[in-house]
Design a protein around this ligand. Structure first.
Ligand code: NAI
Length: 358
């Protein structure tokens, strides 16, 4: 496969450190990428007076794919969140968060036997959250009606609800999940969430091979803790998706582990969902796992499946064999040691079962 051009937004704090680690691992896996480095975030705000210079979005528009580190939004200085601007300006309507446990990182289910709080399959979590990213409760339209009474506007459209539900069903079909759980609160918000639910039902009719389950958001929160895998692919409105994605991440070891992507018709941005970790920035202690897993999603997106599997296998092996572990997961490894361990495993011969016959 030829060379790819990808926009790289290293971001703030530990961003440049985890980005460098990921670039090194991707190169070692054999993918040829020309990284077009673009600065955004708190660091660039001081130099340029904006957290998101125009050329960043132009670069993502041109290359159609980007990898992004965490970005700090300076608080109280009137800057809009860079993450929100990128999503809105590029119309990245789907937030995709696959949540899978890694071997060697305990989940709340690992120890408990099935039927006693545990899950079949030894506690390995595997579910995906698809969140509508452009409207719902996050329109930012709020006002004071009279002193002491304020109102926020929630917008739900048929167009946005249909495209996110279609995206979820297509994703389930492509990735081999048996069902989509459409999560809503239509019992209370009959008009808005009711429309979302109708769009989910219509998408289900167009995908007869995928089962559809309707679930109220509070019940979903409980079920996600009791038996997450049963949900398979969750599709939901913006606010519920925001909350449920972090709940799901908590099931597998937190935000330092899970990948994320914001996907639109014309561009996709793959990102770490954790923040810039100012407490450990510049110390070489950051865990690059979340961004690396996002990079694996990105490689699949650009068709580099073999290298994606190679990195994925090495990452799982590092955790399973406990070859390196950073401080956030109770280990003592540095970012460099972790990166080297992955590179070493990628170069190890795969076990016989994984070798292609000569
Ligand atoms: P944070 O995620 O940066 O840090 C929370 C804790 O997790 C800290 O103890 C940190 O050291 C640790 N941590 C996070 N990622 C880690 C990693 N990869 N390896 C090892 N430890 C890690 O959240 P916080 O402190 O609330 O936010 C700091 C800054 O990040 C703020 O400016 C915030 O706006 C920004 N932020 C950006 C996000 C993004 O760009 N997607 C998301 C969340 C926050």
């Amino acid at each position: 496969m030829g060379k790819h051009v990808v926009t790289l937004i290293p971001g703030d704090g530990i961003g440049p450190e985890v980005c460098a680690a990921v670039q090194e691992i991707v190169a070692a896996a054999g993918v040829e990428i020309e990284w077009e480095v673009q600065e955004a975030g708190a660091a660039v705000a001081e130099k340029r007076g904006t957290t998101l210079p125009d050329e960043v979005l132009e670069s993502v528009r041109r290359n159609k794919v980007a990898l992004k580190g965490p970005i700090g939004t300076p608080i109280g200085k009137g800057f809009r969140s860079v993450n929100v601007q990128i999503r809105q300006d590029l119309d990245l309507f789907a937030s995709l968060r696959p949540v899978k446990s890694l071997p060697g990182i305990a989940t709340p289910f690992t120890a408990a036997p099935p039927g006693r709080g545990g899950m079949p399959g030894g506690g390995a979590v595997d579910l995906v959250i698809v969140r509508e990213n452009t409207e719902g409760m996050y329109t930012g339209i709020e006002h004071e009606i009279v002193p002491g009474v304020r109102e926020a506007v929630k917008i739900v459209t048929e167009t946005a609800s249909t495209r996110i539900c279609e995206f979820a069903f297509d994703y389930a079909e492509k990735m081999g999940y048996p069902r989509v759980t459409v999560v809503h609160k239509a019992n209370i918000m009959k008009k808005t969430d009711g429309l979302f639910l109708e769009c989910g039902r219509a998408a289900a009719r167009r995908h007869p091979r995928i089962e559809m389950v309707e679930m109220i958001v509070d019940a979903c929160a409980m079920n996600m803790v009791r038996n997450p895998n049963r949900l398979a692919v969750v599709v939901t409105l913006n606010l519920y998706g925001d909350i449920l994605s972090d709940l799901a991440a908590g099931l597998v070891g937190g935000l330092g582990i899970v990948p994320g992507a914001n996907i639109g018709k014309d561009a996709a941005v793959f990102e770490a969902v954790h923040g810039s970790a100012p407490d450990i920035a510049g110390k070489g202690l950051a865990n690059p796992t979340a961004l690396l897993q996002s990079a694996v999603m990105m490689l699949d997106h650009i068709g580099e499946h073999t290298c994606a599997r190679k990195i994925e296998r090495a990452l799982r092996d590092v955790y399973e064999r406990d070859l390196a572990r950073t401080g956030d997961l109770g280990g003592r490894s540095t970012t460099r040691e972790f990166t080297e361990a992955i590179k070493l495993l990628m170069n190890e011969a795969p076990p016989p079962s994984l070798r292609t016959p000569a």
